[in-house]
Design a protein around this ligand. Structure first.
Ligand code: AHR
Length: 504
């Protein structure tokens, strides 16, 4: 066994709120995320609430999803919202050119999405079409959704069965405009952003938070040019960072990997911290008061599609390795609340690092992934006050291809702490080591807590996952290993486990 990990939490030192939107989700018209995932239609034999799959809906309700991004992704820049309103049987079909060429019937459109958000109690985040849509089309969409006046679009909405405007806060002005969203250069995109955003109006008390289409991982120039040319005309700028081996060739199997692959993944996932810091430094130069948010509106693992699934549908399994990527990344976001105001893991159901997998052959099976369990265990962090902490622990070398200074070493323990509204503390701890248990000692300063309880997400093998026949291979259990002694907590975290404790 190695050295004891020492953590000191500054229990009175926190001042930044962990924006609950950091726990945001993303639902794209991609594979079976919408059709067969969130939406089965009212006539489906699969139990549903007004067409929404009931088991999926219930699981998401339990997660307290704060914000849901839709309809893409790449899909957004080819989506024409008017095709998705009105009587469903009269809606035109469309070909999803980005994702497998699948024909979609537009039965899930603006009403279906915004009503779902209302039922879930989450903020909608609309991703607007800048790549192939007109300024007029986007302006009218905003009017359709949010105007309560006697306006043409509000009246059209009323005709389609919805009297009162919805509240829509988050509006993305394009997506990946450097790639699938129009293949633009940042200077040109900046001008387009300025033009499109002018006509996205604030109707009847609805206040839009406008988000510019931001960089992919290491493209610092994109952020620089947008800060120079758009500046405070945007409320936020996005960032996409995938834990992926590369964009050409195989990305590796989601479930068959060796120890080196696993540690490489951990290193790549942790590198998001360096990437966030570098983008934030660029933003600091033009926005020292940190008014513009950095929204990581796509993140997560990207593996090869599961054998036998439809090409282009990005359906992948989700193992305990993915759970670590979720836990470690969320810990990073907690440390950067001054800039990171939202994050949306890609994606909510059946696509990439999903919360939920459904059997798309229509058998009605559904399973919660290890990643879902991390989000559920971490729920208490939403809206809590982030607490600074120091951590010393053993570390190891994992990768030579890192972009970050010191990026090849990873700490074996990752931790995060926050104070909840009732004064209790929530502390997350992850032991990434595959074979060594970690002794951990947490000092809480002058605080003398009275009770500690916890839950653990553990596994026999790091490649363990849940499937329809074995849905509970990876599931949280009660953790009784944390012991209080005056102002300290001592525990041993088993190898390859994630623990969340509550301290009162
Ligand atoms: O999440 C899948 C895709 O990844 C999105 O559509 C796109 O924005 C990104 O390239």
């Amino acid at each position: 066994a190695g050295n004891t990990a020492q953590i000191t939490i500054s229990t009175d030192g926190g001042k930044n709120i962990i924006h609950k939107e950091i726990y945001g989700q993303f639902a794209e018209h991609l594979g079976s995320c919408i059709y067969g995932g969130l939406w089965v239609g009212e006539d489906s034999p699969i139990p549903n609430i007004k067409g929404y799959r009931k088991d999926v809906f219930d699981a998401l309700k339990q997660l307290q999803v704060p914000v849901l991004r839709w309809p893409g992704g790449c899909f957004a820049d080819e989506y024409h919202w008017m095709d998705g309103i009105g009587p469903r049987e009269q809606r035109p079909k469309m070909q999803n050119n980005n994702w497998g060429g699948t024909i979609e019937d537009n039965s899930f459109g603006t009403h279906e999405f915004l009503n779902l958000c209302e039922m879930l109690g989450c903020e909608p985040y609309i991703s607007g079409n800048v790549g192939s849509g007109t300024v007029e089309e986007l302006a009218k969409w905003v009017e359709y959704m949010t105007s309560d006046g006697d306006t043409p679009m509000a009246n059209l909405r009323r005709k389609n069965g919805r009297d009162k405007a919805w509240r829509v806060k988050y509006l993305g002005v394009g997506n990946e405009s450097w790639g699938c969203g129009g293949n633009m250069r940042p200077e040109y995109y900046s001008d387009l952003y300025r033009r499109y955003s002018v006509y996205c109006r604030n109707y009847d008390g609805n206040k839009l938070y406008k988000i510019a289409s931001g960089a992919s991982d290491y493209d610092y120039n994109w952020t620089r040019v947008l800060m120079d040319n758009i500046g405070h005309r945007m409320d936020g700028v996005s960032l996409h960072y995938y834990t992926v081996t590369g964009w050409s060739g195989s990305k590796g199997s989601a479930t068959k990997f060796d120890n080196n692959d696993y540690y490489w993944t951990i290193g790549k996932c942790l590198e998001i911290e360096d990437v966030i810091e570098r983008h934030a430094q660029i933003m600091d130069k033009k926005d020292p008061k940190k008014q513009i948010g950095l929204l990581v509106d796509e993140w997560g693992t990207w593996w090869d599609e599961e054998p036998g699934t439809v090409k282009g549908h990005l359906y992948q399994q989700n193992s305990m390795r993915d759970a670590f990527v979720a836990a470690l990344t969320l810990n990073v976001f907690h440390r950067h609340t001054d800039r990171v105001r939202m994050a949306n893991i890609a994606q909510v159901v059946n696509v990439l690092q999903s919360m939920i997998l459904t059997d798309t052959k229509g058998t009605g099976h559904m399973v919660l992934t290890p990643t879902y369990h991390v989000f559920e265990m971490y729920k208490g962090f939403m809206g809590a006050t982030s607490l600074p902490l120091t951590l010393t622990c053993d570390s190891m070398d994992v990768r030579g291809d890192s972009h970050a200074k010191d990026g090849r070493r990873i700490p074996l323990v990752s931790a995060s702490a926050a104070k909840q509204a009732d004064g209790s503390l929530i502390i997350s701890l992850a032991n990434v080591s595959l074979d060594e248990n970690q002794d951990v000692e947490i000092a809480l300063g002058n605080n003398a807590p009275k009770a500690v309880s916890g839950r653990i997400l553990s596994c026999k093998s790091i490649a363990d996952y849940n499937d329809f026949d074995h849905p509970n291979v990876v599931a949280p259990q009660e953790f009784k290993g944390a012991k209080l002694k005056k102002g300290t907590i001592k525990m041993q975290i088993p190898a390859k486990s994630i623990v969340v404790i509550n301290v009162k």
